[in-house]
Design a protein around this ligand. Structure first.
Ligand SMILES: [Zn+2]
Length: 321
């Protein structure tokens, strides 16, 4: 027995744990099935290197790639009442929350931050689909209000990345009440004359689509993102008809006037900077680092001093005329 417990079992355990490791290092692309190495995938902003499929990205990773130098400051979100309905399905709601918090390392399904992108100060909010399907509960409502209030206070535009399966059923009517609440928050930005840009990511559905995700001054979507109120399967079952190819996908919605842009994740940052600077009446963005001033550029001040002599003759000419 001693030999089994001391030698055989640890060997077996180490074999299994070793076998588990590589699985975490590789992600299978849900579109083309290519196995993608985790580091390569992260470097490519979670976009498949083979077929350009946009996989989900966490708000923290997104902000890391979005803000200048990956630097951002989180905006504090007021805590809502926990489990107001004492909801229970197969699991208690607080237990589901704890599991999601442990799995994602986040407080809830929305992260709010302030910082600069392309030297343009903004407030940003991003929804986390991996946290209970990015469902909109009271915390998400509070987060959007906190983001809008912060944007108004700092006089900055708000950029929101949406991803949600809809309302959080564990909070019932209180979840649905976040639709008018967040609409009022967006209205606050409008009254302050601040741009509100929405980037819709896969998937954005339900009550989120029916409120803050569709109220942007500019509506951008990531390629092939599913954006809808009721999903295609529900519609198909209701109307008993086959839906057209690509129905409710970003490109289809762009063609039908529901969106302004469909932008690849790698080009999104540059595009956001251009749009934000244009709407804010700021000079065009600097695409690269400015070159260090060369010695030749320091000398020229001698030349302008020579020019005023030439200028002095002109005003004389002008008065003559
Ligand atoms: Zn792929």
């Amino acid at each position: 027995m001693n030999w089994i417990t001391n030698y055989v079992r640890p060997r077996i355990n180490s074999l299994f744990s070793r076998r588990e490791m590589p699985e975490n290092l590789w992600t299978k692309c849900p579109q083309c099935g290519t196995m993608l190495f985790h580091r390569e995938l992260a470097d490519n902003l979670n976009v498949c290197t083979n077929c350009d499929h946009h996989l989900a990205i966490t708000p923290r990773d997104r902000f890391g790639a979005l803000f200048d130098g990956g630097v951002f400051v989180e905006v504090k979100v007021p805590e809502p009442v926990a489990d107001p309905l004492q909801f229970r399905d197969q699991k208690k709601y607080p237990d589901r929350m704890k599991a999601a918090q442990k799995a994602t390392g986040e407080r809830d399904a929305m992260l709010v931050a302030e910082g600069e992108i392309g030297r343009t100060p903004i407030v940003a909010a991003a929804q986390d689909f991996s946290f209970m399907g990015g469902s909109m509960g009271m915390y998400v409502g509070n987060a959007i209000i906190a983001a809008a209030e912060r944007a108004v206070k700092l006089k900055r535009p708000l950029v929101l990345f949406s991803a949600a399966g809809g309302a959080r059923m564990q909070e019932g009517i209180l979840s649905l009440m976040q639709m008018p609440r967040t609409t009022v928050a967006v209205e606050m930005l409008r009254e302050a004359g601040l741009p509100y840009i929405v980037v819709l990511t896969h998937p954005t559905t339900g009550g989120v689509t029916a409120s803050y995700a569709m109220l942007g001054d500019v509506q951008i979507a990531e390629p092939n993102a599913l954006i809808c109120f009721a999903g295609p399967r529900v519609i198909e079952q209701t109307i008993r008809e086959k839906l057209p190819e690509g129905f409710q996908r970003a490109e289809y919605l762009l063609e039908h006037g529901m969106l302004d842009r469909v932008t690849h994740r790698k080009e999104l940052r540059d595009e956001l900077v251009s749009i934000l600077r244009m709407l804010g009446g700021m000079p065009a963005p600097t695409k690269a680092d400015l070159p260090a001033p060369a010695p030749a550029q320091i000398d020229p001040p001698a030349q302008p001093s020579a020019e005023p002599d030439a200028d002095q003759t002109q005003p004389g000419n002008a008065t003559d005329k």
